[in-house]
Design a protein around this ligand. Structure first.
Ligand SMILES: [Zn+2]
Ligand SMILES: [Zn+2]
Length: 419
């Protein structure tokens, strides 16, 4: 039976890369004081339509939505923030003193056209910092994520920022934008015409070239911020400078979600082309209130793990020290099963990854098997050598071998591992 279009199995090398990435994400956020949270993969549809916005591409075209047996509308999460905020509200995190910092990772689902790097089931990690309006927090979120990409070895990463304002400045601006869009109606696609009416700022999500051409002459909210938003945006820029983080202002950057306020940002990787942000985020000061919680300002970010891994592969980044040394227990001649069992247990106890061929086969076939797995060393328990209490150690990477005393192996098993 085929796998569902736009989904895939993850195994071998790719699974190792994912695990490595998960480990790095855990480390980065743990050190920055974030706690891990796992919200369910499915939620009531309303959570997403209310938070992401009814007139966004995601809600209109990309969600996997179905009715459960009682006729309630359920959606597979298309992004992580809405579920985390629902959990924050449901579990009364707002009563925690200070800032609540959460991070997560897991599969997300969007019915996108499967193309390079765009799966329908894909993986994201993300973080949310809830409880402060301080622009220092915006910059902290940006910095943790940029440092993480840097630690992963990604080169050529660039940061774009913008401000999408607050209720006050957005209202005045939206009115002006609607007039502008109406004047240029003839050159806009059908979707943009509808959006100009219902939710004008969403037109900037449109990929249509003709529409993009029109937007070149549009007014941007960045230039019409209220004094409070302007000051906030200036401070974000100031703190980025203090952190020596270079950035560009992209006035058309609005991100595909309605919940953003003030700061929005995207991090792009040069190797993936300009369309491909690997990470994005922003502030969402009204979302908690919108979902029925005690109002609290917040800022967060999320990254596509497949995109990051693709950029890493593209740059040929080798992950040193990611794999533990592994040993294959080989046998020649009559098998001393008691010794195999004892050695297996001993290597495990010493945290050495151990393999054994359960099917009796020639030494040559065992070499082949060990090579396929990528083992570093083979301990050969040969019938002849064991008579003299010796075993053979074969360095599988160098193809060299030597004999050592069985007692030496059993006393100090870690010493046998090649450098
Ligand atoms: Zn404002
Ligand atoms: Zn359009």
């Amino acid at each position: 039976m085929p796998v569902i279009k736009g989904t895939k199995d993850i195994f071998s090398r790719e699974m190792e890369l994912f695990d490595h990435l998960y480990g790095m994400v855990d480390r980065a956020f743990y050190l920055s004081g974030y706690e891990k949270i796992e919200a369910p993969v499915m939620e009531y549809t309303e959570l997403f339509s209310r938070s992401i916005g009814d007139f966004t591409d995601i809600v209109q075209k990309e969600m996997f939505t179905f009715l459960d047996r009682k006729g309630r509308s359920i959606t597979l999460r298309p992004e992580g923030t809405a579920g985390v905020i629902r959990a924050y509200i449901d579990n009364n995190f707002s009563f925690n003193p200070g800032i609540t910092k959460l991070y997560y990772y897991g599969p997300m689902f969007r019915a996108e056209n499967p193309q390079k790097g765009r799966l329908r089931e894909f993986h994201q990690f993300g973080c949310e910092a809830i409880g402060s309006l301080n622009p220092l927090l915006d910059v902290e979120v940006i910095k943790i994520n940029m440092d993480l990409l840097d630690e992963l070895g990604l080169k050529n990463i660039s940061l774009e920022i913008n401000s999408v304002g607050c209720r006050t400045c957005r209202k005045d601006y939206t009115d002006k934008l609607r007039i502008f869009l109406n004047e240029n109606k003839a050159h806009l696609c059908e979707n943009c015409v509808t959006r100009a009416e219902k939710n004008p700022m969403r037109v900037f999500d449109c990929k249509n070239e003709a529409c993009q051409k029109v937007f070149e002459n549009a007014l941007f909210l960045t230039d019409h911020l209220c004094p409070e938003c302007l000051e906030h945006f200036n401070k974000v820029k100031y703190y980025l400078d203090l952190n020596k983080i270079p950035y560009q202002i992209n006035k058309r950057l609005v991100r595909g979600f309605d919940y953003y306020t003030k700061t929005v940002f995207e991090i792009k990787s040069g190797v993936l082309g300009s369309q491909n942000a690997v990470l994005g985020g922003g502030r969402y000061d009204y979302l908690i209130e919108l979902l029925g919680g005690k109002p609290a300002p917040a800022v967060g970010a999320a990254a596509g793990m497949e995109r990051i891994l693709m950029a890493m592969t593209e740059q040929n980044i080798q992950m040193e020290g990611m794999k533990k040394k592994s040993v294959f227990i080989g046998t020649a001649g009559k098998i001393d099963e008691e010794l195999v069992i004892r050695l297996f247990a001993l290597l495990h106890k010493n945290n050495i990854r151990t393999f054994y061929s359960y099917n009796e086969k020639s030494l040559k076939a065992q070499f082949k098997e060990a090579d396929k797995i990528g083992c570093d060393l083979m301990v050969i328990l040969g019938e002849e050598e064991l008579k003299n209490n010796k075993v053979v150690l074969r360095d599988l990477k160098k193809g060299e071998q030597k004999e050592i005393a069985l007692d030496q192996l059993m006393d100090r098993p870690l010493d046998i591992l090649p450098e």
